[in-house]
Write a protein that binds this ligand. Structure first.
Ligand SMILES: Nc1nc2c(c(=O)[nH]1)N[C@H]1C(S)=C(S)[C@@H](COP(=O)(O)OP(=O)(O)OC[C@H]3O[C@@H](n4cnc5c(=O)[nH]c(N)nc54)[C@H](O)[C@@H]3O)O[C@H]1N2
Ligand SMILES: Nc1nc2c(c(=O)[nH]1)N[C@H]1C(S)=C(S)[C@@H](COP(=O)(O)OP(=O)(O)OC[C@H]3O[C@@H](n4cnc5c(=O)[nH]c(N)nc54)[C@H](O)[C@@H]3O)O[C@H]1N2
Ligand code: SF4
Ligand SMILES: [Mo]
Length: 724
């Protein structure tokens, strides 16, 4: 068996260079394909339709798929290169087993038997909950369902969560609190029909490039665009009004805008009294948020706050869309609820061209959070703490309700519990926490403490370097199933190729482990079609009802929006029509949260805001896009964006090396001096690992409700570290 010599992150980074600009022998193929497969992009939550060209069981290129209604053939820079990952030489083709001198390729028998015996040993010594499971939202609905079932029935642990905990949970929690349901309220086809759009906390043109098309169409139809961000992002550059908010101040900004709306009577009192609750407390709260007071907190000029209210308040139709910029905060839920107040107070929701939505991030950011891989959730979006829901699911699975674990820890809390020595074993799939969660030094310490760690991935990601067993799992194009995009549209992924070498499909690995843990009858699946049948049946009557869907219907109808509770139900593209919300009383809820500052605000020692996010050509922790040479060429390494005023004060010129330090760590990287960022803030994208990882610096403090970390604001100091 071959011995791989990649032991440390550093060794990995050193050897990473040569494989970056990988081209297959003979170049990228321009021969006639054997077949074209209609499927979807593996990256963001827009889930554009694409046709993959397949030759000799390899994806060799792509063609647009013009009939798919979301993108009509258009693709962004990542979408057009996504096919280049499947032949990469780093692709894992067999399980890796840790040995004295690094990893060696092993057999599946070794991988399974070592894992099962370690699960048994750890759970017998320390209790069932000492073994945790971490899933992800890049995987299909079928796998999300399977992960939840595996943790509850095979591992019998309460500690299962997923990487969406780093992503959309603030929006999810706020949506449940305000509307009683966690889904975007409108299909994106409503965007071009609106009169005003607020885009807040989203670098839409870089992160959801295809959605800009919807925004431009709205503008062509006369809509006004308002963008709220500490940076003038590409979509911000063309906005009618741009509000340069100081990081971590959105709830105050919303209260200020609402103050002006109340003062001018731009409030729909009839809608509020017929369809909502809690308005009085909000009206009272916003009284003190005068434009001047709000300017002091947020850094947004009072005149712009008034202007925003003047555009938004009296409009006939409006849409408010946001992403992680307002959600990645210790008051992420409060920020989202404060923006929802701006929507509810006008009554403009549940109508064609009027509504609200969070834009989900990962390919299955929506479906990944629906089918039971969250620590507090059972299939069908059911609540693990609700006795009736517990009974429904345990009856469906044919287990005793008392054997169904309760609510466990969330993703970052699981890493904390590993660090404290309370969790001893971990199985993760489609998650790279060493790069993606805040405070890398602590994550590394936690990983070193694990008695057993198994990772399922198609590349050896940075976290998996700490594993005892790495299972060679499957790429999106190697399997079939469904995902649910940012609108709530469940769509069909078709299989293009089979896994190479000895690699297996993700679900085959989970099912085999389930069987070996003694639960044969629960994991006897032979195809994702069977899993979909089970998950849709399990969802029947639940808050997230897919029971009218089949793989065939989903494919034939170019996607179906849930709820879809019967085979002849058309699905529900637009929620809340007629002002009917999903709470038991049918009313939406206002929430009055006083503004509070971030967990770590700037001070004399650390005087500059540090914020993080994305660039168009890289994706998440970079495991996929850092392997696609042409994407790397577009943005090869992290840069520290800063304003010329700040740069001037610190004696820094464009591309000088700067040292950025927080209370948790520091990094040295080139400066990118740009006028498009607030002078009190620096921005670093987070797609790199090791010494290039932005999460060495970020703060792991969590929102008390959603348990999302504060990726979007902490305090740093910056100094010049050298010239280039
Ligand atoms: N190219 C690319 N596209 C992606 C991804 C990727 O990695 N790369 N990832 C996908 C995923 S999983 C996600 S979650 C989405 C993320 O999509 P977005 O949320 O749009 O992207 P981010 O860059 O995380 O942050 C968005 C913006 O928030 C701003 N911001 C920072 N602090 C604040 C604040 O306090 N208030 C406000 N209003 N704004 C603030 C930042 O300046 C940034 O422009 O993108 C998806 N699409
Ligand atoms: N500083 C900072 N940190 C952030 C953010 C930020 O804005 N700033 N954003 C956060 C957000 S929104 C997110 S979503 C997270 C994402 O963080 P992660 O989920 O850790 O990032 P990924 O790169 O998706 O890592 C997942 C791993 O899954 C693998 N993978 C992808 N698809 C599949 C599949 O189908 N099967 C299997 N087996 N493996 C698969 C990839 O190869 C990769 O190794 O990062 C968070 N971290
Ligand atoms: S917008 Fe998102 S889904 Fe569409 S091609 Fe780009 S990354 Fe893929
Ligand atoms: Mo995300």
């Amino acid at each position: 068996m071959a011995t791989l010599t990649l032991k440390s992150e550093e060794a990995y980074i050193d050897q990473f260079g040569p494989t970056l600009n990988y081209t297959p022998v003979g170049g990228w193929d321009s021969r006639e394909p054997d077949k074209m497969v209609k499927t979807h992009c593996c990256f963001c939550g827009v889930q554009c339709g694409i046709q993959l060209k397949v030759k000799d069981n390899r994806v060799i290129g792509f063609e647009p798929w013009e009939e798919f209604p979301v993108n009509r053939g258009k693709l962004c820079p990542k979408g057009v290169k996504r096919y280049m990952q499947n032949e990469h030489p780093d692709r894992l083709k067999a399980p890796l087993i840790r040995s004295e001198d690094g990893f060696r390729e092993g057999t599946w028998e070794e991988a399974y038997s070592k894992t099962v015996s370690e699960i048994r040993r750890i759970q017998q010594s320390y209790g069932k909950d000492s073994f945790a499971f971490l899933g992800g939202a890049s995987m299909t609905n079928e796998k999300a369902y399977l992960n939840g079932k595996f943790a509850r029935i095979a591992l019998q642990t309460k500690n299962i969560d997923y990487n969406g905990r780093l992503c959309m949970v603030s929006a999810g929690a706020a949506n449940k609190m305000a509307f009683g349901i966690d889904r975007a309220a409108n299909p994106w086809s409503d965007i071009p029909k609106t009169d005003v759009i607020i885009l807040t906390g989203t670098n839409l043109a870089e992160c959801f490039p295809i959605l800009t098309d919807y925004i431009w169409k709205a503008r062509d139809n006369g809509a006004k665009i308002i963008v709220i961000d500490p940076r003038i992002t590409p979509i911000g550059r063309t906005a009618d009004l741009f509000l340069p908010v100081r990081p971590g101040r959105d709830s105050a900004l919303c209260h200020g805008i609402l103050h002006v709306m109340v003062k001018n009577g731009w409030i729909d009192e009839d809608f509020i009294s017929e369809h909502t609750e809690g308005w009085d407390a909000v009206r009272e709260l916003v009284k003190k948020y005068t434009p001047e007071h709000t300017e002091k907190i947020t850094g947004v000029p009072a005149a712009s706050i008034i202007k925003c209210a003047e555009i938004w308040g009296p409009a006939k139709k409006s849409m408010l869309l946001h992403a992680r910029g307002i959600e990645h905060h210790t008051k992420g839920v409060e920020n989202v609820l404060s923006y929802i107040n701006l929507v509810l107070s006008t009554g403009r929701i549940g109508q064609e061209g009027s509504g609200y939505g969070t834009i989900t991030g990962q390919g299955n950011g929506q479906g990944g959070r629906e089918h039971g891989q969250r620590c507090n959730q059972l299939p069908g979006g059911r609540d693990i703490n609700n006795p009736a829901h517990r009974r429904q699911v345990s009856d469906f699975w044919g287990i005793n309700e008392t054997d169904l674990p309760g609510e466990g820890l969330t993703a970052c809390e699981i890493i904390d519990a590993i660090e404290r020595g309370e969790i001893k074993g971990l199985l993760s799939i489609s998650f790279n926490p060493l790069v993606s969660i805040p405070d890398t030094a602590r994550t590394r310490k936690a990983l070193e403490k694990l008695e057993y760690y198994g990772a399922i991935d198609f590349f050896l990601n940075e976290t998996a370097r700490f594993a005892d067993v790495v299972f060679a799992g499957s790429l999106q194009e190697e399997d079939h199933g469904t995902v649910t995009n940012g609108e709530g549209r469940c769509i069909r992924l078709n299989q293009s190729v089979t896994p190479p070498g000895d690699a297996k499909l993700d679900w085959e690995i989970i099912c085999e482990l389930g069987k070996r843990l003694g639960q044969e009858r629960h994991f006897a699946f032979t195809d994702p079609g069977e899993m979909f049948k089970e998950l849709t049946a399990a969802s029947k009557g639940g808050p997230i009802d897919y029971s009218g869907m089949t793989h065939e219907r989903v494919e034939r109808e170019h996607g179906l929006f849930w709820p879809c509770p019967a085979p002849d139900h058309p699905g529900t593209p637009r929620l809340f029509e007629g002002g009917q919300f999903a709470h038991a009383d049918g009313r939406a809820k206002f929430h009055a949260f006083e503004y509070r500052p971030p967990a770590e605000d700037v001070d004399q020692e650390y005087p500059i805001f540090f914020t993080t996010g994305r660039v168009v050509s890289q994706y998440l922790s970079g495991t996929q896009t850092r392997r696609i040479g042409s994407l790397v060429d577009q943005y090869p390494e992290p840069l520290c964006e800063m304003h010329p005023i700040l740069a001037g004060k610190l004696g820094i010129k464009d591309r000088d090396l700067v040292r950025v330090a927080t209370r948790r760590g520091e990094m040295t990287l080139p400066a990118q001096v740009v006028k498009s960022i607030r002078p009190d803030t620096v921005f670093v994208p987070y797609h790199w690992s090791g010494k290039k990882a932005a999460n060495q610096l970020t703060n792991r403090r969590l929102d008390p409700i959603s348990k999302i970390p504060e990726f979007k604001v902490c305090a740093c100091k910056v100094e010049k570290a050298g010239s280039r």
